[in-house]
Design a protein around this ligand. Structure first.
Ligand SMILES: N[C@@H](CCC(=O)N[C@@H](CS)C(=O)NCC(=O)O)C(=O)O
Length: 226
């Protein structure tokens, strides 16, 4: 059986939660970084991208697309799905974590001006502080295992780490974590998990997006202007 291949850009984006899941599940895989528009168009021509979007995970003879679908597949394969009776809680917390991320931590860099980038980042920080982090803080305060649900790592932890690590890594909004000590402890606890620890220390773990990263993504996704 060939090694799974995860195709995306050389940054976190929509692929990062799957990289975290593959690492936690100790599934070896190759990162394939898109560098040119032709590489992207070739995947479409080959019929590998159902909705003409990446990430793409080639695994077990299938072309999986959709970051949440990919994540669930890896969690099922890697025994990270949690107990059947915990599924609703796992889903709700996962969706909250995903919405927190969508507020704009990663999207801010793609704004037209530095002022708009800062505005989006500050808004995302404000929403996290008021709506999302208080919930995760409370849930983690009640957890005996240090994980969000039950006694083992699940999709909810993967999605929450993907979101909260942006807050931790972006100096402009990092101070807001001071009000959320359980979330800070969670970052440490999650970061020390087998598979995750090695991944986070490796060059495969990317920082939040830079200007160069944004240019690279635009080069691949934007049709050439005529
Ligand atoms: N719902 C999809 C969204 C993926 C997505 O928007 N991918 C972007 C790159 S970050 C893309 O491929 N865009 C190309 C396009 O929409 O034409 C997911 O969660 O994977």
């Amino acid at each position: 059986m060939s090694k799974p291949r995860l195709t995306y850009f050389d940054g976190r984006g929509f692929a990062e939660v799957s990289r975290l899941a593959l690492s936690a599940a100790k599934i070896e895989y190759d990162d394939i970084y898109l560098r040119t528009r032709d590489e992207f168009l070739q995947l479409i021509t080959d019929g590998k991208l159902m909705f003409k979007q990446v990430p793409l995970l080639e695994i077990d003879g299938q072309n999986l697309i959709g970051s949440e679908c990919i994540l669930r597949y890896i969690c099922n394969k890697g025994n990270l799905q949690g107990k059947p009776e915990d599924q609703t809680k796992i889903e709700m917390l996962s969706m909250g974590a995903r919405d927190m991320l969508k507020a704009g931590f990663s999207g801010a860099k793609f704004q037209a001006t530095p002022e708009k980038e800062e505005e989006m980042l500050q808004n995302a920080g404000k929403q996290s502080k008021e709506r999302y982090l208080p919930v995760f803080e409370k849930v983690l305060g009640e957890s005996k295992s240090g994980f969000l649900v039950g006694d083992s790592l699940t999709m909810a932890d993967l999605m929450f780490f993907d979101s909260v690590s942006y807050v931790n890594d972006l100096s402009q909004i990092q101070p807001l974590l001071a009000d959320f000590p359980n979330c800070k402890r969670f970052i440490e606890h999650f970061s020390s998990q087998p598979g995750i620890k090695e991944y986070l220390a490796s060059p495969r773990r990317h920082p939040p997006p830079s200007d160069e990263y944004v240019q690279g993504v635009r080069k691949v996704l934007s049709p050439p202007s005529s």
